[in-house]
Design a protein around this ligand. Structure first.
Ligand code: NAD
Ligand code: ZN
Length: 378
């Protein structure tokens, strides 16, 4: 490629400060160094975690940054010592790396990667500096990925190679929301055939959890959201019931207990609200219910009275649906190409990167599931 080894000037949506619209800027993307890959981002979607950083968490040391972590693209060039990738490969960048060599990667008990831990929530790459600059300032790479940019540089342990037949404007969703929700049901909760489930929050993550419960053979899937517009999509993806907490004047866990003879077998929280996390746990059958926390917040503690757990419930958390980054992404892309996984249902809008603030606004107002933005032509 003509650009290999050179700094690339390209467009990116920069979050200069919290709580402000993103600004489309010309940025410089440095060439990849040892073990790094430079990727041309073709398609990216907006996930609530991007909104969390911008409007909720707003960490003081988290700006300026390029947000975005749910994307697919094509390798433009690779740095020294990169053997797994070549220019032209179709790839999905990972916010959860998989080095395959550390004790976490070698264990079936976790999908965390110890090597990647240094970068989690720091907004920079594995132990290294960001490769972005804009107007002479260093710009952070949110989640190590920063996919609201035409080009990114990322460590090779955080890149998954995918089938060249995969349509990037669809499989980009596998980079976060789909794996996260689907895997929370299948891998973390380990939903069993014939069971009863409840999913709280019906964004792409929660809807993917509904899809996961259905794939695991759940006989009843109760979808819970404050936004009645989410009911229809939930039913398309497998929900048997929709409950809006606003329609009831008693706590939601009592409503669900009444509907299910004492509580559900599995519940999944996909909102990021500690009160909802508690309700999701309390909605489980006290004897053996399993509740999985997926929604993200670092701002508040979760609370529960000990007997709620002592009776036999289990409370778990799940990052990226328990999938190991590289393995999970290739598995899920294959499932999509084999027509065993739906993605189209999740895409309610298509836009371009220039319209990023409109996409964010749609998500804030609960008017979309996923907005897929085309970033660079394939
Ligand atoms: P989204 O904004 O598209 O959807 C959230 C849904 O929750 C909306 O439909 C909203 O109406 C609903 N909701 C809000 N308050 C509610 C309440 N009190 N009760 C019931 N429903 C309520 O978000 P998303 O992109 O689907 O992400 C969902 C959550 O998952 C976010 O917290 C996000 O940060 C988190 N997340 C976690 C991981 C992980 O690896 N654990 C990965 C991706 C996203
Ligand atoms: Zn996400």
């Amino acid at each position: 490629m003509a650009t290999a080894g050179k700094v690339i000037q390209c467009k990116a949506a920069v979050a200069w400060e919290p709580n402000k619209p993103l600004v489309i800027e010309e940025i410089e993307v440095a060439p990849p160094q040892a073990d790094e890959v430079r990727i041309k981002i073709v398609a990216t979607a907006v996930c609530h975690t991007d909104l969390y950083h911008l409007f909720e968490g707003m960490p003081k040391d988290g700006f300026p940054a390029v947000l975005g972590h749910e994307a697919a693209g094509i390798v433009e060039s690779v740095g020294p010592e990169v053997t797994e990738f070549q220019p032209g490969d179709k790839v999905i960048p990972l916010f959860l790396a998989q080095c395959k060599e550390c004790r976490f990667c070698k264990s079936p008990k976790t999908n965390q990667c110890e090597l990647a831990w240094t970068r989690i929530r720091q907004g920079a790459m594995v132990g290294k500096e960001s490769r972005f600059t804009c107007k002479g300032k260093k710009v952070l790479q949110f989640a190590g990925t920063s996919t609201f940019s035409e080009y990114i540089v990322i460590h090779q342990i955080a890149v998954a190679k995918i089938d060249p037949a995969a349509p990037l404007d669809k499989v980009c969703l596998i980079g976060c929301g789909i794996c996260t929700g689907y895997g929370a049901a299948v891998n973390t909760a380990k939903v069993e055939p014939g069971s009863t489930c409840a999913v709280f929050g019906l964004g792409a993550v929660g809807l993917a959890a509904v899809m996961g419960c259905k794939a695991a053979g759940a006989k009843r899937i109760i979808a819970v959201d404050l936004n009645p517009d989410k009911a229809e999509k939930a039913k398309v993806l497998g929900a048997t019931d929709f409950v809006n907490p606003k329609d009831h004047n008693k706590p939601i866990h009592e409503v669900l207990a009444g509907m299910t003879n004492g509580g559900v077998d599995y519940s999944v929280e996909c909102v990021g609200n500690v009160e909802v996390m508690r309700s999701a746990l309390e909605s489980c059958l006290p004897a053996w219910g399993v509740s999985v926390i997926v929604g993200w917040t670092e701002m508040f503690d979760i609370k529960i009275r000990p007997p709620h757990l002592i009776s036999g419930r289990t409370w778990k958390g799940s990052m990226f649906g328990g999938f190991k980054g590289k393995d999970g992404v290739s598995e899920m892309v294959k499932a999509y190409l084999d027509k065993k996984l739906q993605l189209e249902e999740f895409i309610t809008h298509n836009m371009t990167l220039d319209q990023i603030n409109d996409a964010i606004e749609l998500m804030k107002q609960g008017k979309c599931v996923r907005v897929v933005m085309s970033v660079s032509p394939e």
